[in-house]
Design a protein around this ligand. Structure first.
Ligand code: 13P
Length: 245
């Protein structure tokens, strides 16, 4: 059986004092999670040590928001998977639409990053999703299908070890959530591609303006196994309520 996974993506937010308060509130509230739900936070690199310090020994996992596909060397500003793994991270987000759009990351690079995360013993959360223009041009299935196929092809059998997050770009930070039916339609497509690759059990997360008020309806869909949560993960009560949905 697939279990529920709710991951917070802090993006480029936080500070030592506010993080401490947020992480401690999450740790204290971890007993309010729905049965079988795993909660995790993906924090900016400088706060990985703080996340480990505050969360180790609690049921809450932590991780990073990106990683280099390379192991080491003259790559100023990059952070390797080996470095991230040293901080006890379980997850690394790869291919978030903000990385694809702002930093020009391609499907091939995203797949290489996913491979590097797996090789370091962590779980990549591979993000896919269409823009508003692509949805309006009825290209959602083509775009999302291409993105997931690239990961399947590059990872082979190991694709069964990833998490996939469907994040329609038009729903991120806009307050405009996909309806549960819209999310399910794309998740069904993703599931069928993964089933074809022998990876039926991969957790499929929905992301894009998830909040406590809409989480239960989204999570009730057959192929929605949880959420990747941006803004609402910065508020402990809201995030815990999503984990309790
Ligand atoms: P919001 O929840 O703020 O829309 O962000 C979604 C997201 O991009 C999570 O990775």
């Amino acid at each position: 059986m697939r279990t529920r996974l709710v991951v917070g993506n802090w993006k480029m937010n936080g500070g030592l004092a506010s993080n401490a308060a947020l992480l401690d509130r999450l740790a204290a509230g971890a007993n309010s999670l729905a049965r079988g739900t795993t909660l995790a936070v993906c924090v900016p690199f400088p706060y990985l040590a703080q996340a480990r310090e505050r969360l180790q020994g609690t049921p809450i996992a932590w991780g990073a928001q990106d990683a280099s596909e390379r192991a080491a060397g003259a790559f100023t500003g990059d952070v390797s998977c080996g470095m991230i793994a040293e901080f006890g991270c379980r997850y690394v987000i790869v291919g978030h639409s903000e990385r694809r759009q702002v930093h020009g990351e391609t499907d091939a690079l995203v797949a290489a990053k996913a491979r590097a995360v797996l090789d370091a013993g962590m779980t990549p959360i591979v993000c896919v999703g269409e823009t508003l223009a692509e949805r309006e041009a009825k290209l959602t299935d083509t775009v999302v299908g291409r993105q997931v196929d690239e990961a399947i092809e590059a990872l082979g059998n190991e694709v069964s070890r990833v998490v996939v997050a469907y994040e329609p770009v038009w729903a991120i930070g806009t307050g405009r959530t996909a309806t549960p039916e819209q999310a399910q339609a794309v998740h069904e497509l993703l599931r069928s591609r993964l089933v074809g690759a022998g990876a039926a059990q991969v957790a499929l997360l929905y992301g894009g303006s998830v909040k406590a008020a809409n989480a239960a309806a989204l999570f009730a869909m057959a192929d929605v196994d949880g959420g990747l949560v941006g803004g609402a993960s910065l508020d402990a009560n809201e995030f815990l309520a999503i984990g309790g949905a």
